[in-house]
Design a protein around this ligand. Structure first.
Ligand SMILES: Nc1ncnc2c1ncn2[C@@H]1O[C@H](COP(=O)(O)OP(=O)(O)OP(=O)(O)O)[C@@H](O)[C@H]1O
Length: 648
C-alpha cells in the first residue's frame, strides 16, 4: 500500500455546514459510489488523513473495504485480518471506539498503523437489526483527535446511513440470487412455460416452449397466442380463464382436462397436458400456461385402444365370419346383383342393401368390401337392432373415460375401428332420429365426437348400410330422416327373397348339405328329387339363413343316411301346407298324459321351430316372440331355461 503525505485540511465553519457537506456529497449516490463518496467526504469534512468503510467476513475474521480514502486517493480492494487491530476491539465491543493518540503503541500487533504514520483512530461498528456485525466505518489521522461530541454524532449518522445502504445492497443481492435461481428453473424446465398477458399475447416463454412451438425468431414476445392453439382449443382456454376468475384468489390454478392441442409454426399439431394459472399483481392479471408434450404417449395409447378395439371386435366376429363364405347362386336376379356389386365395389360410394331377413345382405356387403381398395382394412359391422338405444352412440363413436356411469375406460367406437375401411350398419331402419342425425353428420362431414368429448374426430370410412324395412315408407311416416335416406341410397341394391330366386334353392341346399356333412362327419345321400321338391315349395320367410338352418338340423337328425326334413323343416300354420309336402311328424295321441320332460321337449321344439322360421330373430316385427305371442324377454328367459342356443 502506498501512503500519501499527511494533510491538514481546513476545519469546517460549523457543524451544520459539515453535516450538509457530507450529506450533499453522498445523497445522490448508491452502491459502491455511495461508499466512495462517504469516506472521501467524511475524511475531508473532519480533516482526517483517512477514512474507510468495510464489510466483515466472519468466517475469515477479515474486513474488506467497500471504499478506502487515504491522503488524497482511494485505496482499491483493501482487506485485512482484524487480529491485534483497533477494529478487533470495535467489533468485539460492538460500540464506538475513540483512540485520541498513541494508537501505534496501543496496538503493536497492527502492521498497517505504523506504515501510514497513524496517531489517532475513531471507529464505529455497523450492525443489523439483530446486532450482527456487518462491517465498520473508521477514520485515522496522523495527529491526535480530541474526544468530541461532534465526532460521535457524525459517526452515528453516517454509520446508520452506511448500514442502511449495506442492508439494501444485501437484499438486492438476495433478490438477484433468487431471480437467477428462478430463471434457472424456468429455463431448465422440461415443460413448456408461457406467460400470457391479459390480451393473450406472449409475454415470456422458456426454451422448452420455443422448442414445442418450433419458434426460431429471436423475440416472439407480444405475439398473439391464438394461432398456436389448434381447433377450438383457444375458445376452450378462454372458458377456463372464466372458470378461474370465479375462484377465490389463492385457488387460481386449474388443470385442463383433455389438455390442449398446440400447433407448431410448421403446422404440426401436438397433444399436451396443460395447467393454467392466473397471477394477480397490482397491474392487470397475467396467465401462466404450463404444457407437457404427451403426443407420443397419446398416440401410443390411441394405437393400443384401437388395436384392443379391433381385437375385441374381431374376436366377436370370428363366429359370424365362419358362416360367411362363397356366394352360391346362378339365378338371373343374383347374377344381376353380382354385376352391380362388381361395378360399385371399386368406387367409394355409399351402398344401401334392401332385402328380407337372411337374404344375404351382410354376405354381399362383405363381397363389396373385399372387392374394394379398402379390402386390407376391416369391415366393421354394427347391428343397429341388437344394441340398446342408450348404447348406440357410444358403440358408433366411442366414449371417453367417465363419460357415463360404467365408462371406466376410454373406448374406441366402430367408426374409429373402421377408419380406412368400411362400416356396415345393419338394420339401419332401427336407428332413432337422434342417432340418424349423428350418422348423417359423419356421412356429410366425415367427423364425429366420442361421447363425453368436445373434440371432433375425422375418419375416412365407406358406408354400406342394410335394412329389411321399406325406408321410403318410414320417411313418409316421419320415422326416418329424408336427408339421411337420400345420403344412404346413392347406390341402392335390392336383394330378392329366396323364393324368387328359382333354382338357387337347389344350389344352396346342396352347398349347405356338403358343408354340414363335412363339418359333422356324417354320411348322407345327395338330396333326392322328393326332398328338393319339398324345399322348393316351402315359402322361406327366413330366406337363405333359414334354408341353411333347416339343412343343418336335417343333417343332425338324419335317419338311414337321408336328410331328415320331417324334423328340420318348420311346420307351416294350418292351411298353408303345400300340396307336395309330406305330413307333419307324428303328434302325441289325443288324451295322452305327458310327462314334464315330454312337455319341456314339446316347448323346446316349438320355440326352435319359431326361431328357425324367423332366422333366429327373437324380437321385432319379424321375430319369433311375435309368432309365439309372447314378450321377447319371456322368450329369451325360456331359451335360457331350455338351453336353446343359436347354432354357430
Ligand atoms: N347366396 C348365398 N350363398 C351362400 N350363403 C348365403 C347366401 N346368402 C346368404 N347366405 C348365408 O345365409 C346366412 C344369412 O346371410 P346374411 O347374414 O348375409 O343375411 P342378412 O340379409 O344380412 O340377414 P339379416 O337381415 O338377418 O341381417 C349367412 O350364413 C350367409 O352366409
Amino acid at each position: 500500500m502506498e501512503h500519501p503525505p499527511a494533510r491538514h485540511p481546513a476545519a469546517p465553519a460549523n457543524e451544520d455546514m459539515l453535516l450538509r457537506a457530507i450529506s450533499d456529497g453522498t445523497a445522490a449516490e448508491t452502491g459502491s459510489d455511495f461508499f466512495r463518496a462517504l469516506v472521501r467526504n467524511l475524511s475531508l469534512a473532519l480533516g482526517t488523513y483517512g477514512a474507510w468503510v468495510t464489510e466483515y467476513r466472519e468466517s475469515t475474521r477479515r474486513l474488506r473495504s467497500l471504499a478506502f480514502w487515504l491522503g488524497d486517493n482511494y485505496i482499491e480492494d483493501y482487506e485485512y485480518d482484524i487480529t491485534g487491530t483497533p477494529c478487533e476491539v470495535l467489533l468485539r465491543e460492538k460500540t464506538y471506539l475513540h483512540i485520541p493518540e498513541n494508537v501505534v503503541e496501543l496496538f503493536p500487533g497492527d502492521p498497517d498503523l505504523p506504515k501510514i504514520g497513524a496517531v489517532s483512530y475513531i471507529g464505529f461498528p455497523l450492525l443489523d437489526q439483530q446486532r450482527m456485525i456487518l462491517g465498520n466505518l473508521a477514520i485515522v489521522d496522523r495527529r491526535p483527535i480530541p474526544d468530541s461530541f461532534r465526532n460521535l454524532a457524525l459517526f452515528r449518522i453516517f454509520a446508520a446511513r452506511a448500514t442502511a445502504e449495506m442492508l439494501r445492497l444485501r437484499s438486492e443481492a438476495e433478490l438477484q440470487d433468487r431471480e437467477a435461481k428462478l430463471r434457472g428453473v424456468f429455463d431448465g424446465a422440461l415443460d413448456a412455460i408461457l406467460e400470457l398477458d391479459q390480451h393473450f399475447r406472449i409475454a415470456m416463454l422458456n426454451p422448452a416452449a420455443r422448442k414445442l412451438f418450433a419458434i426460431s425468431e429471436s423475440d416472439p414476445t407480444g405475439r398473439d397466442f391464438e394461432p398456436f392453439l389448434a381447433g377450438g382449443d383457444y375458445a376452450r382456454l378462454h372458458s377456463f380463464i372464466q372458470a378461474l376468475q370465479e375462484r377465490s384468489k389463492n385457488e387460481r390454478s386449474i388443470w385442463i382436462p383433455d389438455g390442449l392441442t398446440v400447433t407448431t409454426r410448421q403446422g404440426k399439431t401436438i397433444r399436451t397436458e396443460a395447467t393454467l394459472s392466473q397471477l394477480d399483481t397490482s397491474g392487470p392479471p397475467f396467465y401462466v400456461l404450463i404444457l407437457r408434450d404427451v403426443n407420443e404417449r397419446y398416440e401410443s395409447a390411441q394405437t393400443i385402444a384401437l388395436l384392443q378395439g379391433e381385437a375385441d371386435y374381431l374376436r366377436s366376429e370370428v363366429q359370424t365370419l365362419a358362416g360367411h363364405g362363397e356366394i352360391i347362386g346362378r339365378s338371373r336376379p343374383l347374377r344381376a346383383i353380382m354385376e352391380l356389386i362388381a361395378e360399385v365395389a371399386p368406387t367409394d360410394s355409399t351402398v344401401l342393401l334392401f332385402g328380407e331377413t337372411g337374404t344375404g345382405k351382410e354376405l354381399l356387403a362383405r363381397a363389396i368390401h373385399a372387392a374394394s381398395s379398402r379390402k386390407n382394412r376391416p369391415m366393421i359391422t354394427v347391428n343397429c337392432a341388437a344394441i340398446p338405444d342408450t348404447l348406440l352412440e357410444s358403440e358408433f363413436f366411442g366414449h371417453e373415460k367417465g363419460a357415463f356411469t360404467g365408462a371406466t375406460q376410454r373406448r374406441e367406437g366402430r367408426f374409429s375401428l373402421a377408419d380406412g375401411g368400411t362400416i356396415f350398419p345393419d338394420e339401419i331402419g332401427e336407428l332413432n332420429l337422434e342417432m340418424q342425425a349423428k350418422l348423417l353428420r359423419v356421412l356429410q362431414e366425415g367427423e364425429f365426437s366420442p361421447v363425453g368429448s368436445s373434440r371432433n374426430r375425422q375418419v375416412d370410412v365407406r358406408v354400406i348400410a342394410a335394412t329389411n324395412r321399406d325406408l321410403l315408407e318410414e320417411v313418409r311416416q316421419g320415422t326416418f330422416r329424408m336427408d339421411l335416406y337420400y345420403r344412404l341410397s346413392i347406390f341402392p341394391i335390392t336383394i330378392p327373397p329366396l323364393r324368387e330366386r328359382g333354382d338357387d334353392i337347389t344350389l344352396l341346399a346342396n352347398g349347405f348339405l356338403e358343408k354340414y356333412v363335412a363339418r359333422l362327419g356324417k354320411r348322407i345321400a345327395p338330396l333326392s328329387p322328393r326332398l328338393l321338391q319339398r324345399l322348393r315349395t316351402y315359402c322361406w320367410p327366413g330366406n337363405v339363413r333359414e334354408l341353411q338352418n333347416v339343412i343343418e338340423r336335417g343333417v343332425i337328425t338324419a335317419r338311414h343316411g337321408e336328410l331328415n326334413l320331417d324334423y328340420a323343416l318348420p311346420h307351416p300354420p294350418a292351411g298353408e301346407l303345400d300340396p307336395g309336402r309330406q305330413a307333419a311328424p307324428e303328434a302325441a295321441p289325443p288324451g295322452a298324459i305327458l310327462t314334464s320332460s315330454q312337455l319341456q321337449q314339446m316347448e323346446r321344439d316349438n320355440l326352435l321351430l319359431a326361431l328357425s322360421t324367423t332366422g333366429w330373430r327373437v324380437s321385432g316385427e319379424n321375430g319369433a316372440a311375435r309368432l309365439l305371442g309372447m314378450p321377447a324377454s319371456t322368450l329369451q328367459s325360456r331359451m335360457k331355461a331350455l338351453a336353446i342356443k343359436r347354432p354357430a
